[in-house]
Every structure is written in C-alpha cells, then in structure tokens.
Design a protein around this ligand. Structure first.
Ligand code: HEC
Length: 145
C-alpha cells in the first residue's frame, strides 16, 4: 500500500468512528427526551392554573413557591405550606399520594373533597408539575413509574 492509500484508510476509520459516536449520542439524547414526556396535557395545565390561583395560591404562593418559612413548624408543630414548584418534597410522592393528600387535607391544609372534583385536583398538580425543572420531573418519574 502506498502512503496515500494508508492515509485514506485511516481517514475512513476516523469517519466511521465519528459517525457512530454521533448516532450513539443522538440515541442517548432521544432517550432523555422520552423520559421527560409528561403525563398531563396542556388543557389540564391551563385548568389547573386557574384553580390553583383561586384555591391554593393563598397558602402555597402564586407561583407554588410555598410559604417563606415552610421548613419551620410553629410552636404547636403545625407546618406552613410547602412549595409545589419542584423546590420542596412534593416530588418524593406519587401522583396518587399527592392527590389523596389534597382530597383528605393534612395538618393546616383543609380537605378539598367537597370543593374540587378529583379531576380538578389532578389538574392543579398538572399545573404545579409543569413548573418543575426537568431534572426534578425526571427523578420523580423514575421514582414513581
Ligand atoms: C390554608 C392553607 C392551604 C391551602 C388553601 C392549600 N394548602 Fe396544600 N398544604 C398546606 C399545608 C400547611 C401543607 C403541609 C401539611 C403538613 O404536612 O402538615 C400542605 C400540603 C400540600 C401538599 C403535600 C405536599 C408535600 O410535599 O407532601 C400538596 C400536594 C398540596 N398541599 C396541594 C394543595 C393544592 C393543590 C391546593 C389547592 C387546591 C392546596 N394545597 C391548598 C396548606 C394549604
């Protein structure tokens, strides 16, 4: 083989290596995107936004940021409203679990079962989750498949 043929052969190998790395990374990227596929629809988010502003924002904050001192129970051990925007603990709980908490109420939060339907409650969670950073949403979906 001539020197030129050798160089051509090396160039071909390099091209194949680059192309297969590229395909591999593209596949990885798609896998990440698929993981981030959400369970809720845009119409649930829109409905939830209105309901959240009307029923939940007074305690949980208009952006779902929670009470400023949410980690500090008061003297009687009552906890302030936690964030629902992904910066609190809500992502540790399954959708069913969060829905039940809202239906039944907990601590200083009243029960919502006589005010909102289950479907409406789920839409408030859709809105709250639409504010979660992708890393939090992905961690939540992995923990609650
Ligand atoms: C009167 C104030 C108040 C209102 C109004 C309120 N909450 Fe809460 N919420 C709380 C408090 C306080 C807690 C924490 C209860 C505890 O753990 O002791 C809580 C907890 C929660 C949790 C559990 C979060 C977690 O990390 O486990 C969810 C979910 C939730 N609220 C959603 C809602 C939604 C949705 C609405 C509107 C339909 C709403 N809340 C209205 C005060 C309120």
């Amino acid at each position: 083989m001539s020197r030129t043929q050798n160089l051509l052969l090396i160039a071909c190998f390099a091209l194949v290596a680059v192309l297969s790395t590229y395909t591999y990374l593209a596949k990885q990227n798609n896998a990440v995107k698929n993981n981030a596929t959400k369970w809720y629809s845009q119409s649930q988010v829109s409905q939830g936004q209105v309901l959240f502003a009307g029923h939940c924002a007074a305690c949980h904050g208009d952006q779902g940021q929670g009470a400023a001192n949410w980690m500090q129970p008061d003297a009687a051990g009552i906890r302030p409203a936690p964030p629902l925007n992904g910066s609190g603990h809500a992502w540790h709980h399954s959708l069913a679990n969060l829905t039940q908490t809202i239906i039944q109420g907990r601590g200083a939060m009243p029960a919502w079962k006589n005010t909102l339907t289950e479907e409406e409650i789920i839409s408030t969670l859709a809105w709250a989750q639409s504010r979660w950073p992708t890393t939090i949403y992905t961690a939540w979906s992995k923990a609650n498949p």
